[in-house]
Design a protein around this ligand. Structure first.
Ligand SMILES: *[C@@H]1O[C@H](CO)[C@@H](O)[C@H](O)[C@H]1NC(C)=O
Ligand SMILES: *[C@@H]1O[C@H](CO)[C@@H](O)[C@H](O)[C@H]1NC(C)=O
Ligand SMILES: *[C@@H]1O[C@H](CO)[C@@H](O)[C@H](O)[C@H]1NC(C)=O
Length: 511
């Protein structure tokens, strides 16, 4: 009986909260708008060798084609059917990607858009990524099929049919989000179609789902379709493994709907994380890095084992979603590298790294008027991710995950996995340092003067390569070397004008 009890407790711990990454792989990367065949190549040539656990992909199901503006990234958030058929590729290419990535131990996490179909005002026709007919005015999506019965038009109580007040949880769940036709997930039929779509993906071999717009669905309705999901495919996952679930709920506090309402279904995106970390590193609102000593739950965030964390995502890196101008992105690369470095060094939450495309950002009255621009393309066809001789990406793919500082911190997180947060130090201002048990140590200087201190690292004596300024290659460092004494102390000197004013060392980068 005790064994059964223990097993059931373990079951609850693992289930939908477990990312299903392979042991020693502790982060995933969002390859935003990439083609499936490029993702397959990236799994094999870069992600597997560098210890990435998985890839969050853009929505794989058929979406509406938007011409005005021309092919925005957000058209993929307007489903037409659950056929696997988008600008990223067809079902055959999708299957090929899932197999090739799984075969090298990198799993696929699908961005599932199941709260709604396309916008109310889109013209009827076949202008969708697979040519399926649809008629939004009549609520007809015959390729699913969904009809008028399957939408929340009767349930929403606002005059416009739109969400008008985020303080009213009924509106947020039952009305249209920016015109998107809201599915009636209280109905068994709608739940069964959503579960059928997700099970198709699970059977192919995906490891989990980001569930888009979860805040706009009732947690109980979500549970009803999540309870119908198959166990993961036995070709790559242990018997009884459940899909990893992380729900997009934007909760910066002060609204009717809270992240905690969704903990029963899986993890939840912690949007406070990037908003606060950006504010601290920008030194806005009197914030300083010294205050990061109790980062995590101490800052009013959700419990670590429920949190999916990120510095920026595809929405808030372009001013959509939450966090505003505080959010750090590749456009602010110096602070961004520090932010991602801090996230990957710190034990809180399950981490997702962003990988973006460049767009012609242009501010008018404080707003980026090109915030809609879709991925690099030729006449609408998404461009290949080309790889330059220096390992960076071409064709306007930013590939933050390939930046040495970020890639090496993904590895750092794997090396220190399971180790406690230790040896915190700060100068009362923006110079801070901390360790992860006896396996890794990191030091930041975000002040306006040099840092020069001897600090306790907790690491075994020896010479270590700083993995921010370089790599360990042929048992030598291409960047800064740090010597740890028998007592665990090491001297750190970081100029405030350095391009990367932080140093990170770990036991796998020891000479
Ligand atoms: C799991 O994946 C394998 C390999 O692609 C496939 O042959 C098998 O049918 C899948 N299992 C299920 C239950 O779909
Ligand atoms: C922070 O560190 C600098 C030098 O590293 C030192 O001059 C300063 O006094 C320290 N404390 C504060 C509160 O800035
Ligand atoms: C290690 O690299 C440094 C420069 O990065 C070089 O000066 C030194 O000679 C190298 N040592 C060995 C043993 O190759």
């Amino acid at each position: 009986m005790w064994l059964l009890l223990l097993l059931s407790v373990l079951g609850t711990c693992w289930a939908q909260y477990n990312p299903n990454t392979q042991p020693g792989r502790t982060s995933i990367v969002h390859l935003f708008e990439w083609r499936w065949d490029d993702i397959a190549l990236e799994c094999e040539r870069y992600l597997a060798p560098n210890g990435f656990g998985g890839v969050q992909i853009s929505p794989p199901n058929e979406n509406v084609v938007i011409h005005n503006p021309s092919r925005p990234w957000w058209e993929r958030y307007q489903p037409i059917s659950y056929k696997l058929c988008t600008r990223s590729g067809n079902e055959e290419e999708f299957r090929n990607m899932v197999k090739r990535c799984n075969d090298v131990g990198v799993h696929i996490y699908v961005d599932a858009v199941v709260n709604h179909m396309c916008g109310n005002g889109v013209t009827a026709g076949r202008d969708s990524t697979c040519g399926s007919y649809f008629n939004p005015g009549k609520r007809e999506f015959p390729s699913v099929p969904f009809s008028g019965w399957d939408f929340n038009d009767g349930k929403c109580k606002t005059g416009s049919g739109e969400i008008e007040n985020y303080g009213d949880m009924y509106q947020v769940r039952d009305c249209r989000l920016v015109g998107l036709l809201d599915l009636a997930l209280e109905k068994d039929y709608v739940r069964s179609k959503v579960a059928e779509y997700m099970n198709h993906l699970i059977d192919i071999g995906v490891a989990g789902f980001r569930i888009d717009a979860s805040k706009h669905m009732w947690p109980g309705d979500m549970k009803a379709f999540l309870d119908q999901l198959h166990d993961l495919n036995r070709t790559w996952f242990p018997e009884g493994a459940k899909a990893f679930i992380y729900q997009e709920v934007i909760d910066l506090g002060g609204e009717a709907i809270k992240s905690s309402d969704y903990f029963g279904n899986g993890r939840v995106t912690e949007f406070k994380y990037g908003a606060k970390l950006g504010t601290v590193l920008r030194r806005w609102d009197g914030e300083k890095m010294a205050y990061l000593k109790n980062w995590g739950e101490g800052w009013g965030f959700m419990p670590s084992d429920r949190a999916l964390v990120f510095v920026d995502n595809h929405d808030n890196q372009r001013g959509h979603g939450a966090g505003g101008a505080a959010i750090l992105t590749f456009w602010d690369s110096r602070l961004y590298k520090m932010g991602v470095g801090f996230m990957l060094a710190h034990p809180y939450g399950f981490t997702r790294v962003m990988s973006s495309f460049r767009w012609p950002r242009y501010f008018e009255n404080g707003k980026d008027i090109n915030d809609w621009v879709g991925p690099p393309n030729d006449n609408g066809i998404i461009k290949r991710v080309t790889i330059n001789p220096d390992t960076t990406c071409g064709n306007d793919w930013v590939c933050e995950h390939r930046w040495r500082q970020i890639r090496n911190m993904v590895i750092f997180r794997n090396v220190v996995d399971g180790q406690p947060f230790t040896n915190w130090w700060d100068n009362g201002s923006n110079q801070v340092a901390f360790g992860r048990g006896n396996r890794g140590f990191i030091v930041f200087n975000n002040d306006d003067y040099e840092l020069s201190f001897t600090l306790q690292t907790g690491l075994p004596a020896g010479t270590y390569c700083d993995v921010i300024s370089g790599d360990k290659i042929d048992n030598n460092c291409t960047g800064i070397k740090i010597t740890v004494s028998d007592s665990g102390n090491a001297h750190f000197k970081i100029s405030n004008t350095a391009e990367d004013p932080f140093i990170a060392i770990h036991v796998n980068a020891k000479l």
